[in-house]
Ligand binder design. Structure first.
Ligand SMILES: NC(=O)c1ccc[n+]([C@@H]2O[C@H](COP(=O)([O-])OP(=O)(O)OC[C@H]3O[C@@H](n4cnc5c(N)ncnc54)[C@H](OP(=O)(O)O)[C@@H]3O)[C@@H](O)[C@H]2O)c1
Length: 338
């Protein structure tokens, strides 16, 4: 396999290679070291699926009629495939995108029952309004799939006082999820599914740099992405703990390494998609569809998945003190909108 590197693509190419190598495959023994977030809940079983399974395969034969899913970032990459497959299986999918046009076009592009929703994750009043529209539907939310994301912005950019990847990937989703929690809890077995990344291991040595959330003391595109993705995992873990005795669950995942628009902020690249280390989009959407729907995971909460199986996360992403602190800091960041 080769990754063709354009002269301008050195930074981007090395990041793509680093992302692939950031995700070693796991043995059961390695997974045995994972610290459960919530005691008294079942461990995830090993599934029959793996790296090459597709979203259609992991949901084959399922009838999701009567279930409702909300998917952020529904207009592109993994989010679009997730919406397509959940709708194909009969779920009503609320497809969230940054603009009404993108949400409508994406929803109209798939078969099944979909409802477009505008969610721009840097627009905190807009998130409140969107959650209000979902609340007005007055239906339980069976699956809340926090999928939207951006990666490795070359220059430091801010939104709502924090670095943009942290703002979009974590803070916006934190607010959206909190505004929708009642509806998730109202479902028979509501699931929050947080799309993190193996690149959570790119986070700074401290995990989350709470004193540098605005990047003023230094900004590294790759570290900032890693920080936002460790935040995804910590948020999911703390949410699992807070959901406690309810029927609702929260889990996070790494989808694999998939050529999508995620690399839009990197220099142009030319990836050989026959590289066996890369997944196709249908394969990339499999783990989130598996975690969102598998009957085997109905009570499983607070875990991290990769290749449709439980996976080991970094020590930072299993740090309950850091998870609790992140929750408090996030609440402060969106205090006017919670
Ligand atoms: N692809 C990979 O190799 C890989 C690996 C590990 C983890 N992931 C994670 O997988 C998730 C999906 O990524 P993808 O690969 O499918 O990338 P993608 O094709 O670029 O899709 C990302 C989605 O997020 C949306 N988005 C970006 N900024 C937003 C904002 N401010 N508000 C609301 N939505 C916003 C995008 O909307 P627009 O199209 O309007 O910009 C798009 O719909 C991300 O969380 C990513 O971190 C991907």
């Amino acid at each position: 396999m080769t990754t063709k590197i354009s002269r301008r693509g050195v930074l981007q190419s090395s990041m793509a290679a680093a992302l692939v190598s950031a995700v070693p495959s796991l043995s059961l023994a390695e997974f045995a070291g994972y610290k459960p977030a919530v005691s008294g809940r079942p461990s995830p079983p090993q599934s029959q699926y793996g790296k090459t399974s597709t979203a259609e395969e992991v949901t084959a034969g399922m009838n999701l009629a009567g279930k409702t899913a909300l998917v952020t970032g529904c207009n592109s990459g993994l989010g679009l495939e997730t919406m397509r497959v959940l709708a194909l299986r009969g779920a009503h999918v609320i497809g969230a995108a940054r603009t009404a046009e993108k949400a409508k076009e994406a929803c109209e592009s798939v078969e099944g029952k979909t409802t477009p929703l505008v969610v721009e994750l840097t627009d905190l009043p807009g998130i409140v309004a969107a959650a209000g529209q979902v609340a007005a539907m007055d239906i339980p939310l069976d699956m809340l799939i926090l999928n939207a994301g951006i990666m490795a912005l070359p220059e430091l950019r801010l939104a709502n006082g924090v670095e943009l990847q942290f703002a979009v990937n974590h803070v916006g989703h934190f607010l959206l999820a909190n505004r929708l929690l009642e509806q998730v809890i109202a479902a028979d077995a509501g699931r929050v599914v947080v799309v993190s990344s193996g690149a959570h291991r790119w986070a700074p040595d401290e995990g989350i740099q709470f004193d540098n959330l605005d990047g003023a003391d230094g900004y590294d595109p790759r570290q900032a992405y890693g920080q936002s993705k460790v935040a995804n995992g910590l948020f999911s873990r703390e949410l699992a703990r807070r959901l406690g005795a309810t029927k609702a669950t929260s889990n996070s995942l790494h989808p694999g390494v998939i050529p999508t628009n995620l690399s839009r902020h990197l220099p142009p690249r030319d990836i050989d998609t026959s590289d066996p280390r890369y997944k196709t989009i249908p394969q990339g959407a499999a783990t989130q569809c598996y975690v969102a729907t598998s009957p085997d995971l109905a009570r499983v909460t607070g875990y991290y998945f990769s290749d449709c199986n439980p996976a080991e996360a970094s020590d930072h992403m299993q740090d309950d003190e850091m998870a609790a602190r992140l929750w408090t800091v996030s609440e402060e960041l969106v205090a006017d909108y919670l």
